[in-house]
Design a protein around this ligand. Structure first.
Ligand SMILES: [Zn+2]
Length: 377
């Protein structure tokens, strides 16, 4: 019997080389320790399906690189030689994580392998665009690197706009970037691995790895800020889309008689839901703030229902200002999606807000590097 084609790539993409197999097994073992915490070599052989010999080899290799450490035996050991536990050394290397989504500054952090922020630094944007904005990013990265004495695993950047798989910003009007090879430029300047992705796609990786949910069943993160964007993790992979623009739901027209959007069209979802627009509407509407939030939630739910119905998502996570999202608006989104989809779509659906707050993009920028360099997330 052949394995089921459900949930795996349908078409082979190339020959599997021996070194690919080794890299895969290395990532498998690291992933087990990354999610499950310290374990003995025997436990690792059991949970990964690798042989004891392969596990011992890989542990020796990773310990030699300083990524793993021996932690001694657990307290309650049975009769006989106690097994030695090994674990990921969280501060073995540090990651430079950068969030370019705020409209007034570039935010950065030094993050360790466990996702813990070790230092923060930011630079005011002061209206910089084009080459000036690129220079500012290079300065921020360089100044962040100086904040740690650990080796740097890589640099991860969440940028607004459409970003292709190579880390070129295809289009980011606010920063004046068009076909800007951001990852390539930073890589050459710093001599480090660099990963750049769209900010909402970066945010969903942060939620997937460091958020609170069980996100293996399909996760959509909707980011509400100056704009509205989304990112999706499906089948354990970040969804890019045909032209790297998956998740651009903020510019779906929901009200053809509505307000003009920054993209030039009229009545995009963003014109109702972007944080400044919501606050404006709440202040102006005589029916009260709650009514505005309920209406916005219903409109968002109506946009999301076909997506949930199509993809059978497990979780829809709202990320942005809690005072706007976590309450009436979230409840209206939840109720509207359920009312507009089959019970099988809505019954086990979780609609919640992110607990990562303002750091959701920074966390995701660290995951870009973790996943790219170590194969873990
Ligand atoms: Zn628009």
């Amino acid at each position: 019997m052949s394995p089921s084609p459900v949930g795996r790539p349908l078409r082979p993409r190339g020959k599997l080389l021996q070194e690919d197999a080794r890299r895969h097994h290395r990532a498998l073992l690291l992933q087990e320790l990354f999610r499950g915490g310290p374990a003995s070599r025997a436990d690792l052989a059991r949970s990964t399906g690798l042989t004891r010999v392969t596990v011992s080899d890989l542990v020796a290799e990773l310990a030699g690189e300083g990524l793993l450490e021996e932690l001694g035996a657990p307290a309650e050991t049975r009769v006989g030689k106690p097994p030695t536990l090994v674990g990921v050394l969280s501060d073995a290397t540090h990651i430079v994580a950068i969030d370019l989504s705020p409209d007034d500054r570039m935010r950065g952090a030094i993050v360790n392998l466990g996702g813990e922020v070790k230092a923060r630094h930011e630079l005011a944007l002061a209206g910089a665009t084009g080459v000036d904005a690129v220079a500012l990013l290079h300065r921020l990265a360089t100044e962040l690197i100086a904040l740690t004495d650990r080796p740097i695993l890589g640099v991860g950047v969440g940028s607004p706009g459409v970003v292709d798989a190579a880390g070129t910003v295809v289009d980011a009007p606010n920063l004046g970037w068009s076909d800007e090879p951001l990852a390539d430029g930073l890589r050459k300047a710093l001599g480090l691995p660099v990963y750049v992705a769209n900010d909402a796609n970066t945010a969903v990786l942060g939620e997937h790895t460091f958020g609170e949910g069980n996100t293996d069943g399909g996760l959509m993160l909707l980011r509400v800020g100056i704009g509205v964007g989304a990112g999706l993790v499906l089948g354990g992979a970040l969804l890019h889309g045909h032209r790297a623009a998956a998740g651009e739901i903020g510019h779906v027209v929901v009200d053809p008689d509505g307000e003009r959007c920054a993209c030039g069209r009229v009545g995009c979802l963003e014109t109702l839901l972007a944080a400044p627009r919501l606050r404006q509407a709440m202040a102006a509407d005589e029916a009260g703030a709650d009514a505005v939030l309920r209406r916005a939630g219903e409109q968002l739910g109506a946009v999301l229902a076909p997506v949930v119905g199509t993809l059978n998502l497990h979780e829809v996570v709202l990320a942005g200002p809690a005072e706007l999202l976590d309450g009436t608006l979230r409840e209206a989104v939840d109720a509207t999606i359920r009312a507009r989809t089959m019970p099988v779509s809505g019954d086990h659906l979780v609609v919640r807000t992110s607990t990562l707050g303002d750091d959701v993009v920074l966390s995701g920028a660290a995951v870009l590097v973790l996943a790219g360099e170590l194969g873990v997330s």
